[in-house]
Design a protein around this ligand. Structure first.
Ligand code: AGP
Length: 591
């Protein structure tokens, strides 16, 4: 969580540049913001609570060739101006922005206080500029002081640091993402994510864990935090375009990304067939395949338990990444861990990978962000090619993940071509489905239920994880109390929650479990629920029917789409900003 962005180079409006750029990282946190600009031998810090998108960058247009900025998702310390970054040293000569958590900050803070350092915030971050200040008593080299300070920090961090008398911008990472944008014309950009600097360059260099960089805007040095040893770094050209990362004519990224599914699913399906076969074989050969992910990505993992079972007759084990400890002792050299993540940076997923690797198991990643930590650290990696997903609510990443997982299941059954055909047909059905009339129909439904405070969703088989996912989507953007259940579990407790006209959505397919889920819907109707069927065909069980195409085994991909649209409109009609849900950030890089 939190986004950081720094620039040093030939451009003379560094302050304005970092403020404009970090607005593209607002999805990482929107509690508060801040910027530090270097002017001559002074560092000017400006920070406040509130959203960075509301800040007029013009006020930072004054000449400055080095600046760092931050957009915050609070962890340590409340949302106050004092807790906003940048944080500075006691003598105000050093400014630092940080993403992550310094776990031993209490101990460091106590130690620094004893040495006379004054702290102005409740954050863990503030120890960093003070530690650097302390280290500068032993060396005149700013980068060496930052390196020594980093060696004292435990936990996860990506930091940017600058000093009044040094021309260099220094960055370091352990656990949280950091990417350098390289532009021979402009200089160097360093950010938590690429959209911050995409306007200037698409040539990037990724920092690995335990690495730091030092740049004066003309050249850059990569080195180890531990040893200080310098090493070369490969430059990579990224394929995402600036247009893909923008909202275009849409009011919100969430709706833009729902509509992107017209093309993104087909892109996910068009994988290199040979690679899919290699992965399928690795799963077949593995002695124990485990799938982990968080939130929406976790629901894709859960759905794949059904895909592998039904399509490939193969058993896999799913756990939310944060609960994976349960399986640690089963991991062996012959095991395979499949990790699913849109961002490729989720801390709990990285932790699961670390454990699996320590046991000698192989890791397959299915990610959206190329070059992300998970993408780079996995033994094999498949990209879902959804393009940038900026809204906190994950939409097109989910359908891409489901498509790739289903493709692998078909490959395991020796039916890759059949699976590919089904999924491409489904992609085309979704393309047709996402038309203005269909969207309006769901908007009308949202209008009719927008005042309801409770909403339940049921499903069976692969529609069960989709019911859970539906609940996440509705909860996070509209703040309606939504819960998903397995249809068959209703009568074991949850049905007691149903009151007169409680909206209950049933996700239905045209398959062997249809009769059961329709019975469950009728049970809800008999208790006074307002039943809404998302189904290829209408049924007397439904008070309202949202028609979806019949996609056979790919029904999960189709059924979730009207719910994404419903969640979006519920949010908008309840006066919420769907792109910035309360208390949430897109990349969860803390455990
Ligand atoms: C989805 O709408 C959520 N915002 C969230 O559950 C998300 O899917 C989760 O944090 C995992 O993120 P990742 O895919 O980037 O790992």
């Amino acid at each position: 969580m939190c986004g950081i962005f720094g620039y040093v180079g030939k451009r003379t409006n560094a302050g304005q540049l970092v403020i404009d750029g970090i607005k593209n990282l607002e999805y990482r946190g929107y509690d508060s913001w801040g910027v530090a600009c270097k002017r001559g031998e002074n560092i000017l810090v400006e920070k406040n609570t509130g959203k960075i998108s509301g800040v007029d960058s013009q006020q930072f247009a004054e000449e400055c060739m080095q600046a760092i900025a931050h957009t915050r998702w609070a962890t340590h310390g409340g949302v106050t101006k004092e807790n906003a970054h940048p944080h500075v040293s006691t003598d105000s000569t050093i400014a630092v922005v940080h993403n992550g958590i310094i776990e031993n900050y209490q101990q460091l803070r106590d130690e620094l206080k004893k040495k006379g350092h004054t702290f102005l915030s409740e954050t863990d971050t503030e120890v960093i500029p003070h530690l650097i200040e302390e280290e500068l008593q032993n060396t005149e080299d700013f980068a060496s002081a930052v390196r020594s300070a980093c060696k004292r920090c435990e936990g996860r961090y990506a930091i940017l640091a600058m000093h009044t008398t040094s021309q260099t911008l220094v960055a370091a990472r352990t656990g949280s993402p950091l990417i350098v944008g390289v532009s021979p014309e402009d200089g160097y950009f360093i950010a938590s994510d690429i959209p911050a600097f995409m306007e200037y360059t698409r040539t990037v260099q990724y920092l690995d864990d335990g690495e730091m960089v030092v740049t004066d805007g003309q050249s850059i040095l990569f080195m180890s935090i531990e040893t200080g040893e310098e090493h070369p770094k490969r430059e990579i050209e990224i394929t995402w375009t600036i247009e893909e990362a923008q909202k275009g004519d849409f009011d919100h990224f969430m709706m833009k990304e729902i509509m992107d599914q017209k093309e993104s699913i087909a892109r996910a399906v068009n994988q290199d067939e040979e690679q899919i076969r290699v992965v399928a074989e690795a799963i077949s050969k593995a002695r124990g395949t485990f799938l982990v992910g968080c939130g929406t990505a976790g629901k894709a993992c859960m759905a794949s338990e059904y895909f592998f079972s039904v399509i490939a007759d193969h058993h896999v084990n799913f756990a939310p990444a944060s609960e994976f400890k349960l399986y640690h002792h089963f991991l062996k050299q012959e095991s395979l861990l499949i990790v699913i993540s849109q961002s490729g940076e989720t801390a709990d997923v990285l932790e699961a990978m670390k454990v699996a690797k320590s046991k000698g198991a192989k890791v397959l990643a299915i990610v959206n962000v190329e070059g992300s930590t998970i993408d780079r650290e996995a033994d094999y990696s498949l990209l879902i090619n959804a393009g940038p997903e900026r809204a906190v609510a994950s939409t097109k990443a989910l359908t891409g993940q489901l498509a790739v997982l289903m493709l692998i299941a078909y490959a395991m059954a020796g039916k890759l071509r059949e699976g590919k055909t089904l999924l491409l047909e489904t992609a085309s059905l979704i393309n047709d489905m996402l038309n203005p009339r269909y969207i309006r129909r769901i908007e009308d439904l949202a209008e009719s239920i927008k005042e309801k405070e409770d909403l339940y969703i049921i499903g069976k088989s692969w529609n069960y994880p989709m019911a859970l996912e539906s609940a996440i989507k509705i909860q996070e953007v509209s703040n309606v109390h939504a819960e998903g259940f397995a249809g068959g579990e209703l009568k074991h407790g949850p049905i007691a929650l149903v009151e007169d006209k409680t909206p209950c959505i049933a996700l239905v397919g045209n398959d062997e479990v249809t009769t059961d889920i329709l019975s469950n819907t009728i049970e809800l109707k008999a208790r006074g629920a307002q039943t809404i069927g998302v189904s290829p065909s209408n049924n007397e069980a439904f008070d309202e029917w949202i028609k979806v195409p019949d996609a056979g085994h790919a029904q999960a991909l189709v059924n979730i789409i009207p719910i994404q649209i419903l969640a979006y409109f519920l949010a908008v009609k309840r006066g919420k900003d769907p792109d910035m849900p309360r208390n949430l950030a897109k990349s969860v890089t803390v455990k």
